[in-house]
Structure formats: structure tokens, C-alpha cells
Write a protein that binds this ligand. Structure first.
Ligand code: GLU
Length: 501
């Protein structure tokens, strides 16, 4: 039997989780669940210069909110812990040493100043400086000095790094589950730094060591890591370990024009690209949660960024996604991010919600406006307006006339207020006054009977009637509004319209 599937999401805590990162987490989650495997979260915080306080907490909270929390992570089923790389620091040195001893790595003593000088010199000749097989024997490395000399320099506390000794003249044909075979030339790779004299591994070493020790079977990550695949596969080879399978997910592209969706696009174009709000001294980046998105809607639209099930179906619950997800159906081409479509998804989830639940979400907004209607009434209002809303936050705008009489009337709609209108409205008041069973259907029947009997055109009464109650020609079924606001309020609003318009 093959190994049980284990996949990971391995973000660096350098800020809030961008929507691309969330999509990576989601695809890992779906793949794990689909295959009865484990999804774990590892925090890759070896680069202390880029560490941002609060980011780790943010990542965990975001995954919880979306309903895709990991099976194992810091503080949860720590089977292969610690899950924070800074706490695994002691572990990496022996692996770097192992590569030195087997000849797969070497010490490099070049100072940052010396490297800068090399770079400048190359630039002046119109070339790019790459630290690799071309020049590694001309640079300040353990490849050209004796073992004793190397040991002495290290013992003296000299600054050093350990670099990977990339093999020469190899053509690598590597398999990516999404792209098929991808070809790389080893001669074009640079000898990446694996370990630094401050005792910290770099991303590449820590990532491979941990993926191995944590028994990762599949590495599913963003396309930006594709160029690192040859180094990673070579590292597995150098250690004598079996490499996991790799899948590099397509880029998420800007809604308009070309290029990758960036962290800054959201605030620039006015839509969230983060799951949760993120506050810093420089300002606030808005989040899906705070903008009234349902987590199910966010999961649904993210799942379709680069994947589909081969049919026209667009709405998928998380359970359905788990059932249908297939890495073979993830495409290579970048996926365009469409904020309008995201709102459509939210709308679909909103109309599916229970009216009473939505009413509970709406209640605090109403309370802020000074209204505390019964849950029953709020539920009724919600049922009338939700078809027109993408978000609960839009409910007030769609329903304010249930609570407050209009003070201004839409200018364009006022054109429907003709010379004969005040008299007709006066007659309408008399009709309404006579009604005892003041419910929507009954009121509608009586008003329409009156119109038919007196041969009055519908539009002549209905539009001014709506204008009087709502202040514009919008809103749900007119007689539902009439029932909810009640007889007295309806009549008083008509009277006020007669006086003002
Ligand atoms: N720490 C890397 C990141 O920030 C992980 C990349 C990978 O999944 O290998 O995305």
C-alpha cells in the first residue's frame, strides 16, 4: 500500500494571507479530504527580517473562518511538531553538514561587499552575475582551499554561507501534476544558499527537510515556486530521499489588463483580496469577512480560480468540492479574478440562507439606525428584499422605507405625479380607510376592484402610490409594503405626498 496522503500549506508569516495563498490552502485541503489524507499547516518563519507580528494568528483565523482548518498545526495534533520552523532551528544544521560531507554543498566566505562588487562588474559588461558552476571555483569557497583552512576560518568566526553544489550539464525532466513534464537545465541554476552562519537555514533547506520529516506526499503550491522545483528535486536526490509529487497552481490574474493580482490591487480597485481585514499603522486592507461575504461563497469562487469539474456547474458546497476536486482538472493558464462574479456568488449564498438567520444578522444594523422591530417582522422584511441584495449590509438601503417615511421624492419619478393625481390619491385614501382585513392580498383585491369599477388606469394610481410610500419607484411588491407599514402610516404618507409634491 502506498503512503497515506499528507499535504501542507506552508506560508511565511510576512503579512496578511493574500487570496492566492488562501486558494493554495484550499486546494491542499480539498486534495487531502478527497483522498482521505491529512492537511497540515506549517509556519515558515526562518527569515526573521520579514517576520510580521500577528500574521501567524491571522492565517489560522482565516482558515478557521473559511471552514478549512488544518488537521495538524501548532497546538493541534502535533504529531510531527514543532510546526513553526523557528522552533526547529537546531535540526537543520546536521542536514546542511550532511550535504557538505557528501560533497553536495560547500562553504562560501564571500562578503556581501565582495558579492556586490562582482554584480556591479558584471552589470557594467551588460551581464548578470550568477553564483554557480561557472565561477564557484574562482570565488572564495571551500572548493578551492584545504579542509584545514576552511575549518580554521569557521572557527575564527568568519561569516559564511553553505551553498548547494548544483550538478553540471544535466537536463532535468521533472513531472508536475498540472503541467506535465517540465524541462530544466542544471547549468542555468544558481548555487542557492542553504544555510547561514547565524545558524538559520534558508527557505529551500528548511522546506525540503521538513517536507521529508513531516512525510509530505504532495507539494501543491503557487506557480511562483515552479523555478525552485529543480533545486528541490536535486536536494531530495542529494539526501537520498524520495521526492514528493509536485503540483504548481496557476497564477491569479488582475481583473483587467495583464499580470498577477497583487496585494495592492484590492484597495486600488476597491475590492478585498484578503480573507479578513488587516490593520497596520499605514492603514486598513479590507477583508471578505468584514465586507459581508459568506465564507462558503469565498470558498466557492476560490475553488473555481483554476479548476472546474468539466460541467457548467458553478455552485458547489465544500462537501461537493471535496467530492469532485481533481488536480487533473486544474489548468495551467492563469485564472482571472473577477470581483463582480464574486458578488454574484455571495448573492447566490445569501438567497439560500434562512430568512430568520439573515434577520438576526440584520438586527444589529437596524439597532444602529435606532430600530428594534420583532424578529418576526424583520424576517418578513428580509424575505421581501433579499432577492435584490448581494450582502446583508445592503439590506438597510433596500428596506429603509419600511421604517422611515420618505422626506424627498425621486425627481424623475415625480413626472408620474399628474394634475389629476391628488384627487385620485384622496379617493385611494377613502378606499383604504374602509378596509378592515389589512393584509397584502386583500388590500390588493379591493384596490384593484375599485380601479376596474371606475375605469381608472393602473399606472395612474400605482406609481404615485408607490412614490408616496417609498419616495421612489423601487422596492418589493407594493401591497406587501402597505401591509407591513400599516393602515395609518400608509394614509399619512399619501397625505404628506399630496401636500409636498
Ligand atoms: N514558505 C513558502 C511560501 O511562503 C512556501 C512555498 C512552498 O509551498 O514550498 O509560500
Amino acid at each position: 500500500m502506498s503512503n497515506p496522503i499528507r499535504v501542507r500549506f506552508a506560508p511565511s508569516p510576512t503579512g496578511p494571507l493574500h487570496i492566492g495563498g488562501v486558494r493554495t490552502a484550499l486546494f491542499n485541503y480539498l486534495f487531502a479530504k478527497k483522498n482521505g489524507g491529512t492537511f497540515y499547516l506549517r509556519i515558515e518563519d526562518t527569515d526573521q527580517t520579514r517576520f510580521v507580528p500577528g500574521a501567524e494568528q491571522y492565517i489560522m483565523e482565516a482558515l478557521e473562518w473559511l471552514g478549512i482548518a488544518p488537521d495538524e498545526t501548532i497546538g493541534k495534533n502535533e504529531k510531527f511538531g514543532p510546526y513553526r520552523q523557528s522552533e526547529r532551528k537546531e535540526l537543520y544544521k546536521q542536514y546542511a553538514d550532511q550535504l557538505i560531507n557528501s560533497g553536495w554543498a560547500y562553504y562560501a566566505f564571500d562578503t556581501p561587499e565582495a558579492l556586490d562588487a562582482h554584480r556591479k562588474e558584471h552589470e557594467e559588461k551588460g551581464k548578470t552575475f550568477i553564483y554557480n558552476h561557472h565561477n564557484r571555483e574562482k570565488l572564495d569557497t571551500s572548493l578551492v582551499i584545504s579542509a584545514e583552512e576552511t575549518a580554521k576560518r569557521i572557527a575564527n568566526g568568519e561569516h559564511y554561507v553553505i551553498r548547494f553544489k548544483t550538478p553540471v550539464d544535466e537536463i532535468l525532466h521533472l513531472k508536475d501534476m498540472i503541467r506535465g513534464i517540465v524541462k530544466f537545465e542544471s547549468n542555468l541554476l544558481d548555487d542557492k544558499v542553504l544555510f547561514k552562519s547565524d545558524g538559520m537555514p534558508t527557505y529551500h533547506l528548511a522546506n525540503i527537510v521538513d517536507d521529508h520529516l513531516m512525510q509530505t506526499t504532495h507539494v501543491i503550491r503557487g506557480e511562483e515556486w515552479l523555478p525552485s522545483m529543480p533545486l528541490h528535486v536535486l536536494l531530495y536526490h542529494a539526501f537520498g530521499w524520495a521526492a514528493p509529487d509536485f503540483a504548481h497552481l496557476p497564477l491569479i490574474l488582475k481583473p483587467v489588463g495583464n499580470g498577477k493580482l497583487s496585494k495592492r490591487d484590492g484597495d486600488k480597485l476597491g475590492f478585498p483580496v484578503f480573507p479578513l481585514e488587516w490593520k497596520t499603522e499605514e492603514g486598513i486592507s479590507s477583508g471578505y469577512r468584514e465586507n459581508g461575504f459568506f465564507p462558503e461563497a469565498v470558498v466557492n469562487f476560490l475553488a473555481l480560480l483554476g479548476w472546474n469539474d468539466g460541467t457548467e456547474q458553478e455552485l458547489f458546497s465544500l462537501e461537493e468540492l471535496v467530492e469532485k476536486f481533481d488536480l487533473n482538472r486544474v489548468h495551467k493558464a492563469g485564472a482571472k479574478f473577477d470581483p463582480e462574479k464574486n458578488k454574484w456568488f455571495n448573492h447566490q449564498y445569501l438567497i439560500k440562507q434562512n430568512d430568520a438567520d439573515l434577520a438576526k444578522d440584520f438586527a444589529p444594523i437596524l439597532a444602529e439606525k435606532g430600530f428594534t422591530p420583532s424578529l418576526e417582522l424583520t424576517t418578513k422584511i428580509v424575505s421581501l428584499i433579499k432577492e435584490r441584495a448581494n450582502f446583508v449590509t445592503e439590506f438597510w438601503e433596500l428596506s429603509d422605507f419600511f421604517f422611515v417615511a420618505p422626506t424627498v421624492y425621486d425627481e424623475k419619478a415625480k413626472k408620474n405625479w399628474k394634475e389629476e393625481t391628488p384627487a385620485l390619491m384622496q379617493e385611494l385614501i377613502s378606499v383604504l380607510e374602509e378596509i378592515t382585513d389589512f393584509t397584502s392580498v386583500n388590500i390588493e383585491t379591493i384596490v384593484k376592484d375599485w380601479l376596474t369599477k371606475n375605469e381608472i388606469g393602473m399606472g395612474k394610481v400605482m406609481q404615485p402610490f408607490r412614490l408616496s410610500l417609498v419616495g421612489a419607484l423601487k422596492g418589493p411588491h407594493l401591497f406587501d409594503i402597505v401591509e407591513i407599514i400599516g393602515k395609518q402610516e400608509t394614509i399619512s404618507r399619501i397625505q404628506k405626498a399630496i401636500e409636498t409634491i
